[in-house]
Design a protein around this ligand. Sequence first.
Ligand code: PEP
Ligand code: MG
Length: 294
Amino acid sequence: QRELLQQLKGKEDVTLDGKKIRLYANIGSVGDVARVLANDAGGIGLFRSEFLYLEKDTFPTEEEQFQAYRTVAETMAGKKVIIRTLDIGADKQADYFHLAHEENPAMGYRAIRICLDQPEIFKTQLRALLRASAFGNIGIMFPMIISVKEVQQAKQYVAEIKAELDEKGIPYGDVELGVMIETPAAVIISEQLAKEVDFFSIGTNDLTQYTLAIDRQNAKLDNIYDSHHPAVLEMIRMTVENGHKGGCWVGICGELGADITLTETFLKMGVDELSVTPGSVLPIREIIRNTSVK
Ligand code: PEP
Ligand code: MG
């Protein structure tokens, strides 16, 4: 079995009827890139940038972030590297953020909400990301989006930093922008969101949590935390349809994207990208190459 999978290295991620799929990998630190390459993923679909913040006892500087993003972009040598902006709060806490105790942290002050509320933190990260984009094929995506306004504000900061870099003559690359679809609100307004960005990446871990109103951290509810729930699958289908209407490509970067019992379903829904843990890349390549999307 392992031998057979090894033979899939270097092969294209294309369905029997010729649709090319982006089969990418998820990483949580620079050190994970080796596993991405070892498993021959076509790119990185989710780089959880939080690690840069969580492993330290103060804010990572622009330079530290730049070096990390640049290293990943360069190591991937032109393959797509999608970096998610800071998704801190709720289950991911760092003392120096001085986040107040909350009754409902999953529904609280977190992710893009913090970034838009404390733009200096956000702008430092965006500057590091844009500078690193000159060294590879970087995409930027925003987590926990619930409104068009948030996306427009985030894009405004990106434009501001680009203008600043232009003025200083600092280069940056062509960066695709995307939003994570991980709230029911984002799904419902996905047709409008699609007009604002280049791609969607569905975060099924949070989308399941918020669709079913089940805390993803509550072990007592593990037996009913069900990403196969028809409501979750319908949310995914809607997102793909609306994303395509608005000209976006649509991927899945939550754990469900690696569920091989659903790969065919996702491909038939029109999903363009699956971003999975590196060890799942080759098993999913095998399925993609034996499936027709029609
Ligand atoms: C998700 O919510 O599915 C996701 C990919 O983000 P995280 O698991 O980091 O919240
Ligand atoms: Mg999430």
